[in-house]
Design a protein around this ligand. Structure first.
Ligand SMILES: Cc1cc2nc3c(=O)[nH]c(=O)nc-3n(C[C@H](O)[C@H](O)[C@H](O)COP(=O)(O)OP(=O)(O)OC[C@H]3O[C@@H](n4cnc5c(N)ncnc54)[C@H](O)[C@@H]3O)c2cc1C
Length: 510
């Protein structure tokens, strides 16, 4: 035990009730069964000592862990020897020179609470409460405010990171920022603007010179369309409407989540969040931004209203309408911040610059109606394609300003399936693979922009990692190209400079 030094090392050889809790993350498929030590890091200085000790003992089998929400086994796997756990560093504050800061062990929820309550500011991050800042921000985290305010990394101006760039010397903390004049330092900063965690060093703090002001309120509108009445043609029309909504130039305050649930759910669900500024009237925004959409949607297909009036408790200030609930902003974030239970899951992603072509609609319709042999309809109730609206302010940034090259997409897709029984793994994996491969058949089975003559698909999102993108020969170069496109070369050069011994590695690390 070495708390004085800024870290505690938990060793399984001693009796410690905490140890088993550190083996596993959010996805129950991933387990670090051979892990021999967990280093709980309390300070940057403690992190350097912990990292040196861990690398000395476990070499390149040391993994960094923040919220533990990685979709693949990059943190928890059979070869993981030690975990550098940054969650004790969950502070925040404001530094006169460097701006607002968030320590990397915080979560989406702790960051939101801190920035909103203490400063009236927000980070356009994801909504799920338990996601860790360690992986989320540097991977290009986005959320319900991203059409209005861009990505987390578009606001990131500095990073404090513990690096180990020489095997013969100790690890050390370095501060890198948008103002760094040395090219190596600047590259390290830039690479943290979307290049993802587990690649260059242990991030201890994120800095933001400025952040967007928090909205006053959020209007939440949710409608459900019944599968029984949903033909392929109607699905195509709904998706066409949604693509136009997502491409809108005057509605960046709105963010859509279209959950194309498997038929096992009976319905697909569309939720739209519309934020209201402090000097605006809720009712005016509601009439202008929501009512016309609901009228248009009804002409495509009748829907069931999921949001209903009657919840508003600050009556005059937050009167809800017939179809939309008006929340004070804090409460809206609370309402939409669920992460769901820890279970087994598999995910895939795609960026899209245009609406869905007919063959994609047909594939989506077919696979959302498919029940694999060996599973029941009810087993598929947690399988879906979630289509998030995107673009807006995200697309105001150049593809090379940050490590995220996808700056012309209007939608971001997330294929998801969840289950609990390990013996069903192959059945669910085959379903999601078959679904994805058919949707992207015309570009070789993945959303590869280099193979798309229609200039529609634009690769994948690193924070939704998918090991299948490595292809049959397990070549991670293929996946990295889909995530980073032309930015990959600069990321590799940064890796070579700052982690030449590849201490920080995974099956899709730079
Ligand atoms: C329920 C759920 C909801 C999600 N919602 C969204 C969303 O709305 N928007 C969105 O953009 N993404 C979302 N994601 C994806 C999420 O952004 C990524 O999974 C993210 O990488 C998780 O970060 P973490 O710290 O929790 O995970 P971890 O598993 O702890 O880490 C993820 C990766 O980052 C590395 N890492 C962690 N901490 C550090 C550090 N301090 N320094 C260096 N490397 C580090 C790890 O080694 C690993 O490679 C969601 C994920 C889940 C499971």
């Amino acid at each position: 035990m070495n708390q004085q030094s800024g870290y505690i090392k938990i060793d399984p050889s001693g009796a410690d009730a905490r140890f088993p809790s550190f083996f596993q993350g959010f996805n129950r498929r991933w387990f670090a069964g051979n892990c021999k030590a967990v280093y709980l890091c309390f300070t940057p200085a403690g992190t350097t000592l912990a990292l040196d000790d861990a690398i000395n003992l476990f070499g390149s089998n040391v993994k960094i862990k923040s919220g533990g929400h990685c979709y693949e086994d990059f943190v928890f796997n059979n070869s993981t020897g030690a975990l550098i756990d940054v969650t004790p560093m969950a502070g925040y504050g404001y530094d006169e020179q460097r701006g607002y800061y968030l320590e990397s062990g915080g979560t989406n929820w702790s960051a939101f609470q801190a920035l909103f309550r203490d400063y009236g500011k927000v980070l356009p991050a994801g909504s799920c409460y338990s996601v860790g800042l360690g992986g989320h921000i540097c991977g290009g985290g986005y959320g319900l405010l991203s059409r209005l305010n861009g990505l987390t990394v578009d606001w990131l101006t500095g990073v404090e990171v513990v690096v180990k760039d020489d095997a013969a010397n100790s690890a050390y903390p370095v501060y890198v920022s948008a103002d760094s004049t040395d090219q190596d330092l600047l590259n390290l900063y830039w690479s943290h603007c979307g290049g993802g965690g587990g690649n260059f060093g242990v991030i201890t703090k994120y800095y933001f010179k400025n952040l967007p002001n928090a909205p006053k309120a959020a209007l939440i509108t949710s409608v459900a369309f019944k599968w029984d009445d949903l033909t392929e043609q109607i699905l195509g029309e709904l998706l066409q409407w949604y693509a136009e909504f997502s491409a809108g130039k005057d509605n960046w305050r709105q963010f859509g989540l279209f959950a194309l649930n498997h038929r096992a759910n009976d319905e697909i669900h569309l939720t739209i969040q519309t934020v209201v500024g402090y000097d605006e009237e809720n009712e005016t925004v509601l009439e202008q931004y929501i009512t016309p959409h609901l009228i248009a949607l009804k002409t495509i297909m009748p829907y069931r209203l999921m949001t209903r009036p009657g919840i508003a408790h600050l009556a005059n200030l937050f009167q809800s309408s017939q179809h939309t609930i008006v929340y004070p902003f804090y409460e809206a974030v609370q309402v939409l911040n669920g992460s769901g239970p820890n279970q087994r899951g598999k995910y895939k992603s795609a960026y899209m610059r245009k609406s869905f072509p007919p063959d994609q609609v047909a594939a989506i319709y077919q696979w959302l109606n498919t029940v694999p042999d060996g599973l029941t309809l009810a087993d598929m109730s947690q399988s879906l394609l979630q289509v998030d609206s995107y673009g807006g302010q995200v697309n105001m940034i150049s593809p090379t300003d940050t490590a995220i090259p996808q700056r012309s997409s209007i939608m971001k897709l997330q294929y998801q399936t969840y289950w609990t029984d390990p013996t069903d793994d192959q059945l669910f994996l085959q379903w999601i693979n078959g679904f994805y491969q058919q949707v992207y058949q015309y570009t070789g089975g993945t959303p590869d922009p280099d193979k798309d003559p229609t200039n529609n698909v634009d690769g994948c999102y690193y924070n939704y990692p998918d090991i299948d993108l490595n292809g049959p020969d397990n070549d991670k170069e293929i996946a990295l190209k889909l995530y980073f496109g032309a930015n990959l070369a600069r990321l590799k050069a940064t890796k070579q400079r700052w982690d030449p011994n590849n201490y920080f590695n995974s099956s899709q690390s730079i």
